[in-house]
Design a protein around this ligand. Structure first.
Ligand code: PLP
Length: 395
């Protein structure tokens, strides 16, 4: 019998894994099966109706996937959780399950590129109105919420300039209007921030990032009240964006080290941000852990650590960006973040390539910007690496 714990490291390891599966397997078995057989037709019928515990078909539920869902439910202090084949599947299923024509969404301009596309292109096609506010203008967000809306969608810290939204303040405003508040917690991970504790109704993760942690699997997770999660689950059952049990196993394995990884990544990012802030080749550093960052005070209030991603702008233009990135050694030049190994790239040509130059300008995504997602390497190696590459573009 495994005791429950309020410590994140213990929960990352044990949550959802308190029951022994067949043969006493120490790890959660991969139930690689589409369907589940019953010897008794009445038992099958009861399971199908939900009157009895039991799995029927893996597009709906599966024992390996149930363990993963319980783990994230526990880490996010939620009543329930469900899973998806990718982060974008989690986001789009949540929006399409909860919204209908004529509804209104209030969100911010800095959401992840794919989410932005849903707001700007796909939801309007279904007669859903979307208002995107300036991400750090809490007064404007509150005013738009007060005009009446059905869903408030937030992300904090944001990609790639790590802007911070006062989650408790906006969730409270949203509650007053009866809107559902959804927070994409991908950048923070549950180790650094728990939006439900701050008043959010639903939390979404691209588990492709920190939760899985090794950049080897795509996965999405949604946590919240039993009622809301059930509504989203029922849509996903039919929409079919379900997770494969093998992937669930990979994510479960990754999650066992979630706290260890994120604590190291927090430390790496903070020390690197401090180093870059004092470097003469660097114009601006975006990291909420820096005292000089405009979101620092709010971040300190709502986060336990500031995350492993930072962005910085070089004084030189795109040629300097190329020189620095081509000369880093402990890094893969690639999209994505939250991996055990460091990833870096220019948002202009990766995550925000689909925006126009003007849209990028509005989001402070210049051609001199580099996004740097620290891995779990030793801090000194990463700083030495950056120091050597930056020397090539220093004045
Ligand atoms: C904040 C955020 N949310 C959602 C997504 C989408 O996740 P996925 O790539 O797993 O579909 C991403 C991907 O980069 C992201 O950064």
């Amino acid at each position: 019998m495994i005791r429950s714990s309020n410590k994140m490291g213990t929960r990352s390891v044990w949550a959802g894994e308190d029951k022994l599966f067949s043969e006493g397997s120490h790890t959660t078995p991969i139930f690689s099966t589409v369907t589940f057989a019953y010897e008794d037709l009445d038992a099958w019928h009861e399971s199908a109706k939900g009157d009895r515990e039991g799995h029927i078909y893996s597009r709906n539920t599966n024992p390996t996937i149930a363990v993963l869902e319980e783990k994230i439910r526990s880490l996010e202090n939620a009543e329930a959780a469900t899973s998806f084949s990718s982060g974008m599947a989690a986001i789009s299923n949540t929006l399409f399950a909860l919204l209908k024509p004529g509804d209104r969404v209030v969100s911010v301009k800095d959401t992840y590129g794919g989410t932005s596309k849903l707001f700007l292109e796909f939801l309007p096609k279904f007669g859903i109105n979307v208002t995107l506010c300036d991400t750090t203008d809490a007064d404007q967000i509150e005013k738009e919420i007060q005009k009446g809306c059905n869903l408030v969608y937030l992300e904090s810290p944001t990609n790639p300039t790590l802007k911070i939204i006062d989650l408790a303040r906006i969730c409270a405003a949203s509650k007053l209007t009866g809107a559902v508040t959804v927070v994409d917690n991908t950048f923070a991970s549950p180790i650094n921030q728990n939006p439900i504790t701050l008043g959010a109704d639903l939390v979404i993760h691209s588990a492709t990032k920190y939760i899985g942690g090794h950049s080897d699997t795509l996965c999405g997770l949604v946590c919240g009240s039993k009622e809301l999660v059930r509504e989203i689950f029922l849509f996903r059952e039919i929409n079919g964006a379900s997770l494969h049990p093998q992937t669930a196993y990979d994510v479960i394995r990754g999650m066992k080290t979630l706290e260890l990884r994120v604590l190291r990544q927090n430390k790496n990012a903070l020390q690197i941000a401090r180093f870059l802030e004092n470097h003469n080749a660097v114009a601006t550093v975006y990291y909420p852990g820096l005292e000089s960052n405009e979101g620092h005070k709010i971040a300190k209030k709502q986060m336990r650590g500031f995350g492993g991603v930072l962005s910085f702008e070089l004084k030189g233009g795109y040629e300097s960006v190329k020189t620095v990135l081509h000369n880093l050694t402990f890094v893969h030049l690639a999209a994505s973040l939250g991996s055990v190994s460091t990833l870096a790239g220019p948002p202009r040509t990766t995550s925000h390539v689909e925006l126009t130059e003007k849209q990028r300008e509005q989001l402070a995504i210049s051609e001199s910007l580099i996004r740097y997602s620290t891995g779990i390497e030793n801090t000194e190696d990463l700083i030495e690496d950056l120091e050597a590459a930056l020397k090539l573009v220093s004045e």
